[in-house]
Structures are given as C-alpha cells and as structure tokens.
Design a protein around this ligand. Structure first.
Ligand SMILES: Nc1ncnc2c1ncn2[C@@H]1O[C@H](COP(=O)(O)OP(=O)(O)OP(=O)(O)O)[C@@H](O)[C@H]1O
Length: 257
C-alpha cells in the first residue's frame, strides 16, 4: 500500500471546480511532482493534503490515517512535513538555533525549558546541518545567508520532525539554475537515504525532469496525465494544455551539481 493515497478529491469555490475528482498514489522513497498551468489546482490540492483546506469530498489516506477533517498540527505530528520560509520570522537567530527550535517543537518542549536553550538538541541539530551541508555555517544568523543556503536550513528544519512525507511548494522559486539543481539533488539524496516521500509543485521544468520519479499533471482541476518524464513529455493532453499542441518541454541537459 502506498504511503499516501488520494482518492476522488474535490474542492470548488463558488462555481469553479478548483480540484475535480483527483486521485493519485505516492509510495515512500519517491519524489512526485504536481504540475499544471496557472490556476490548474496545484495549490488547492497541496493545501488539502497538509490540512489547511478541507475538501468538499474525497479521501486522503496517509500511513493508514484519514487526513480529511484532521487539524494541520495533527497531520504534522503524524509525519507530514513542509518546508517553511524562515526568513521572515527567525532570521535573526543562528542557523543551529533555528534547527534546535524545530527539534524542541517536535518534542513540545519550547515552553518547558530547564536548561539554557543553547544546549538543547545541539548535537542532533548539528547532525541535521551536516546532512544538508551547512554545519560550517551553524553559528551565522540566518539573515546573512545566501538564498540557496537558507533553503538548505529550511530543509534541515523540515527534517527535524522526521517526516515520512515532505510537501514542498515551489522549493526552488527564485533560485539560480545551479542552486536549484544543488537543492534538488540534496532533496533526492535525503529521500533515498531516509525513504521519505516528497510531493512538490514546481514551475522549473528542468528541475522536474531531472529529479522527479513521477509526475501528475492537473488542468482546470482535473488530473490529465500521470507517469515518468518520458510519458509526460510525449503526452498529447499535456502538450495541448501547455502549448496548444506542438512540443511541450524541451529536453535540457542536467546541469552540474
Ligand atoms: N480562495 C479562493 N477563492 C476562490 N477561488 C479560488 C481560491 N483559491 C483558488 N481559487 C481558484 O481555484 C482554481 C485553482 O487555483 P490554484 O491556486 O489551486 O491553482 P494553481 O495550480 O496552484 O495555480 P498557480 O500555479 O497559479 O499557483 C483557480 O481557478 C483559482 O482562481
């Protein structure tokens, strides 16, 4: 049985069917890209999986638990993680402190500190930072980091909760091509090592074709195609939706990581 099983998911806004009868599976250890043109229903779909939006109908079964009608915090506790942007809130804290906070939050200990905060979970935080290649920058405030490095710290924070499923909404938005590839290569490595599943939306097709194991494509709320890169590239409905037929995605050489 797949880790995540989405069945007949529906959500309408007034007369607009934002998501119309969408079903898909995501096994552990896979990166699944959720694609589609603007307004296709990607964000709506995403937010139903993380509990921010309640579907009109359908089922989201995760690791044997029905997520529909469950509070986002409880969904998170079951092991559905997301990458949050730390820049706005915790930018003045150091890299390692940000990860320590995430570890404390996992253990619900933020308001029960009995040791100086600096010593809480420091080793575990440093271990997570080494996994994302950021241990050398542990003592720097997040606010001074390069954008690609902030994204690595966000990944470490998301991993602090030991997610079984990680949701990433446009993880590489605003990044230069080389940074994009480095972040996705790292994500892929962690997915394989930890056997976690990743569901991500992404507008950079070079990233999608280089790193996603499978893709699903939405158009006007409906799932129109599903499969690997080759299947999606050559799918007539996908071609039609993106370019009104003709060639859809140009094959780009994977850039050096
Ligand atoms: N809160 C809302 N109220 C009304 N309509 C909404 C709302 N959220 C989304 N929609 C509509 O639902 C449809 C799907 O929107 P959604 O944001 O899920 O698409 P998307 O694929 O994420 O698009 P994008 O790539 O532009 O972010 C669109 O027609 C959108 O206008």
């Amino acid at each position: 049985m797949s880790l995540l099983q989405v069945r007949n998911l529906k959500k309408s806004y007034g007369g607009v069917a934002a998501v119309a009868d969408v079903s898909f599976d995501l096994p552990a250890g896979q990166l699944l890209a959720l694609l589609g043109p603007n307004g296709a229903g990607k964000t709506t779909c995403f937010n139903m999986v993380n509990g921010q939006l309640r579907p009109d109908s359908g089922s989201i079964l995760f690791d044997g638990h029905e997520l529909v009608n469950m509070a986002p915090r409880n969904i998170w506790r079951l092991g559905v993680g997301r990458t949050f942007q730390i820049a706005e809130t915790f930018g003045s804290m150091t890299v390692v402190e940000n990860v320590q906070m995430a570890l404390l939050s996992r253990e619900k200990k933020i308001f029960h500190l009995w040791r100086p905060a600096a010593s809480h979970y420091r080793d575990e935080a440093m271990d997570l930072l080494s996994q994302v290649g950021m241990e050398a920058q542990a003592a720097r405030p997040c606010s001074v980091l390069a954008y690609g490095d902030v994204k690595r710290v966000e990944l470490a924070i998301a991993l602090a909760n030991r997610p079984k499923l990680l949701l990433m909404d446009e993880p590489t938005a605003g990044m230069a091509p080389q940074e994009r590839n480095a972040l996705m290569a790292l994500t892929k490595k962690l997915v394989v090592e930890r056997n976690i599943a990743v569901l991500f939306t992404e507008h950079s097709m070079d990233v999608v074709f280089a790193y996603a194991d499978r893709m699903i494509v939405l158009a006007r709320g409906k799932l129109i195609a599903e499969g690997d890169g080759e299947t999606i590239r050559n799918h007539p409905k996908v071609k039609e939706v993106y370019f009104g037929s003709g060639s859809t995605f140009t094959r780009k050489k994977k850039e050096a990581v």
